[in-house]
Design a protein around this ligand. Structure first.
Ligand SMILES: C[S@@+](CC[C@H](N)C(=O)[O-])C[C@H]1O[C@@H](n2cnc3c(N)ncnc32)[C@H](O)[C@@H]1O
Length: 379
């Protein structure tokens, strides 16, 4: 009986076959890396650091994040001379396999700085190493199995320098369980901060699963702000049934441009959109929930929010976006689509007006005048 010897997907099986959620995780990281290197094109040196890098290739032949990033760097003459890469994995077999896959990449010698693959356990020693150097602009990826090795201090050590952004895997399932497990208290404390973790354990008592998740993610956001993350963007992965959160990919940056770029990328990878507004979730079973499409009307809500927020004001589209989007799911495209609709209905005035713009467009510098709430016509 074949199923009798099958174990659920665990660490051992991770590299057997790339799950769709792993592909999406890699695609988000690789696409942000690409966009980030373009923003940073005038910098003489850039770094990509992946401390939990894995084997590089799944047994089914799917290339994973380290190889996708390196292939991109090899193909871009602008990066060949400037990109320094550091990979690490505590498992000697994984580090070895990664070294071999990297060496086998076509034209790998184009890279001036040979990719380094280390075989260390990420712990306090590694953190103090990064804490005590000034990093070149760096994009760091932290992708552990659970909470071990993922600490606030590690994230702080990457965020502290100019031009550095970080994305990490937050294993909600395991961390949620770990919060009630005294034997892993130290690890959880290192992730939330000791006093915040203590408060969190108390406030979570008796909460429903949904409230519990909201409380945990909120505490994490709070902790990240303490270590210099001015902008935080979580992307949620649901379990196979599409009913519970499995994990999050969390992006942290000090810059609003990084936030805007990652938002567009995560929106594109969301498995559901309501009126064109992304869910910032990957749900393997999203087709099981068609009703949500009927009930959720976030663009209608955005129109009401803008009217309430900017009544009587005159601002450019860029100003509206900058002042309003952080912490909300809306992308620039969503703002423009709502503004176009409002202009059509006469709920706002634009300068230049649509008659003087290319059809269907709303440039970043177009000025918008919101009537004061008393004079607003209902559309
Ligand atoms: C989720 S996998 C990484 C997958 C990889 N990012 C990818 O895209 O293919 C986690 C990796 O972290 C490694 N690891 C676990 N604990 C570690 C630690 N404390 N320090 C460094 N690596 C560790 C494991 O050997 C494993 O390969």
């Amino acid at each position: 009986m074949a199923f009798a010897i099958c174990s659920p997907m665990g660490k051992g099986a991770f590299f057997t076959e790339a799950k769709e959620s792993s592909r999406i995780k890699s695609a988000i990281v690789e696409q942000y890396f690409w966009a980030w290197t373009r923003v940073m094109r005038s910098q003489p040196k850039l770094a990509y650091i992946d401390l939990f890098a894995g084997r590089g290739v799944y047994d089914d032949g799917t290339k994973s994040t380290p190889l996708l990033v390196l292939e991109h760097a090899i193909a871009d003459p602008n990066l060949n001379e400037r990109l320094v890469t550091l990979f690490n994995d505590s498992d000697p077999g994984n580090a070895d396999a990664l070294r071999k896959s990297i060496n086998a990449l076509p034209r790998i010698n184009r890279l001036k700085y040979k990719p380094r693959v280390e075989n260390d356990k990420v712990d306090d020693t590694i953190v103090s190493l990064f804490k005590n150097i000034t990093l070149a602009p760096t994009f760091a990826f932290i992708d552990p199995w659970g909470y071990k090795g993922l600490t606030l201090e590690l994230i702080r050590s990457f965020l502290k320098d100019w031009g550095c952004d970080c994305v990490f895997f937050f294993n909600y399932n395991r961390i949620n369980m770990g919060l009630d497990n005294e034997s892993v208290e130290d690890h959880i404390d290192e992730l939330f901060g000791e006093s915040r973790a203590k408060r969190l354990r108390k406030t979570l008592r008796g909460l429903s699963p949904v409230e519990r998740e909201a409380g945990i993610v909120e505490a994490l956001m709070d902790a990240l702000r303490d270590v210099g993350a001015e902008f935080v963007l979580p992307f949620c992965f649901l379990d196979e049934n599409g009913t519970r959160t499995s994990h999050h990919l969390i992006f942290v940056t000090k810059h609003k441009l990084g936030y805007r770029i990652m938002k567009e990328i995560m929106a594109k990878h969301s498995s559901e959109k309501f009126q064109g507004v992304a869910s910032f979730k990957y749900c393997p079973a999203s087709s099981l929930h068609p009703m949500l499409f009927e009930l959720n009307r976030p663009l209608d809500e955005l129109e009401q929010l803008l009217v309430a927020e900017f009544s009587g004001q005159r601002l450019t589209v860029q100003e509206i976006y900058d002042q309003h989007n952080v912490g909300r799911a809306y992308t620039m495209k969503n703002y423009k689509s709502v503004l176009l609709n409002m202009e059509r209905k006469g709920r706002i005035k634009a300068d230049p007006p649509f008659t003087e713009r290319r059809a269907g467009t709303f440039g970043d510098s177009v000025e918008v005048r919101f009537p004061s709430s008393k004079g607003t016509k209902r559309g």
